[in-house]
Ligand binder design. Structure first.
Ligand code: SD4
Length: 330
């Protein structure tokens, strides 16, 4: 990379290429283009699952103030964690079948450092606890009571996450206790976010209260590095929403980043990720999965099983909510 920069900047590029090995120069260029270097990169940029304009605006604000992508994704998803109207994340999240709100979150940075919490109770900003796990411990993941104790030691305030609205809905659900995943339960949901800062560095975060009325102790894909989120700063990042069990089974986000490494666009990689799930799931029509991805050049893509999933994209050009193409058309 340094050599390529030198060639580009010294004005000796063509002479060097003509005099040296053309094949080697072409191979190097191909690799650079595959990884999204060499092209006009779009940065800074942030994308997030579902239509979450406040979250992406907050992240983009960090990026425009020359903040790094790690700070941006943390600040961005924190907006949804604090929003009680979003009943799939943080405070106000729907509880498990015993009435306990339990949170899963993870975060990953440009150096492939990562942190996660699972089954965390009574702390609003699970993503920030995940970041502390990454930065302050020798571990990647803390669970349950240990995660809560660690958060308290780190100065996080304990609060009751169950709002009256989520409690009443849970009590209503208990009358039948029928567990059925609800597709596109609302149009903002588990939030997965990916950002590239002005340095071109990528980070991602994912946070959720998980499937509503899940079994006590159940953990989904969202806090699992490689499943709900994966970032490789040389290639790009991916994150997931929907039925976590299926995303775990196919290690979905890692798969998508690896497909981009092999030359697929973010869109092609997301499509392949969803199709891999469909191929292994007979009743795929009963579930929803949505992936979003970004490559090093800032190109983005998204794909899902059922229509209804979208992602929010924020760049210097402005921001928009982009409906994802779906495997099932209507
Ligand atoms: C989970 N993937 O816990 C999460 C839930 C989700 O939209 O994304 N809901 O399986």
């Amino acid at each position: 990379m340094e050599r390529r920069k030198f060639i580009k900047n010294s004005g000796l590029g063509s002479a060097a290429i003509l005099g040296g090995s053309l094949a080697a120069a072409c191979a190097e260029k191909d690799t650079a283009e595959k990884a999204g270097e060499n092209t006009e990169s779009i940065k800074p940029i942030v994308i997030a699952t579902w239509d979450v304009p406040n979250a992406t605006a907050s992240a983009f604000d960090v990026l425009t103030r020359e903040g790094n992508s790690l700070d941006a994704v943390e600040q961005g998803v924190m907006v949804e964690e604090a929003d009680v109207a979003n009943q799939s994340v943080g405070k106000g999240g729907r509880p498990d079948r015993d009435g306990n709100v339990t949170l899963d979150a993870c975060i990953m940075d440009k150096d492939s450092r990562c942190g996660a919490v699972v089954y965390l109770q009574n702390i609003v900003h699970a993503v920030s606890v995940a970041r502390k796990v990454m930065e302050e411990t020798p571990h990647v993941m803390l669970a349950g009571e240990g995660a809560r104790q660690f958060a308290v030691e780190m100065g996080f305030e304990e609060v009751d996450l169950l709002t009256e609205k989520s409690k009443q809905e849970w009590l209503e659900w208990k009358k039948t206790s029928q567990y059925e995943p609800v597709i596109n339960i609302e149009n903002h949901d588990t939030i997965g976010m990916l950002a590239i800062d002005s340095n071109g560095d990528i980070a991602g975060a994912c946070t959720t209260s998980g499937m509503a009325y899940k079994m006590a102790g159940r953990v989904g894909d969202s806090p699992i590095i490689g499943a709900g989120l994966f970032v490789d700063n040389e290639i790009g990042g991916a994150t997931a929403t929907g039925m976590g069990e299926e995303v775990v089974r196919t290690v979905g986000s890692f798969l998508i980043v690896e497909l981009m490494r092999q030359g697929k666009t973010p869109q092609q990689a997301c499509e392949e990720g969803v199709k891999r799930i469909i191929a292994k799931k007979e009743n795929y029509k009963d579930i929803q999965i949505g992936f979003i991805a970004i490559n090093k050049a800032g190109e983005t893509g998204a794909y899902c099983i059922h229509p209804g999933f979208s992602y929010r994209k924020y760049t210097g050009e402005g921001h928009e909510n982009i409906p994802a193409a779906s495997y099932i058309k209507s």
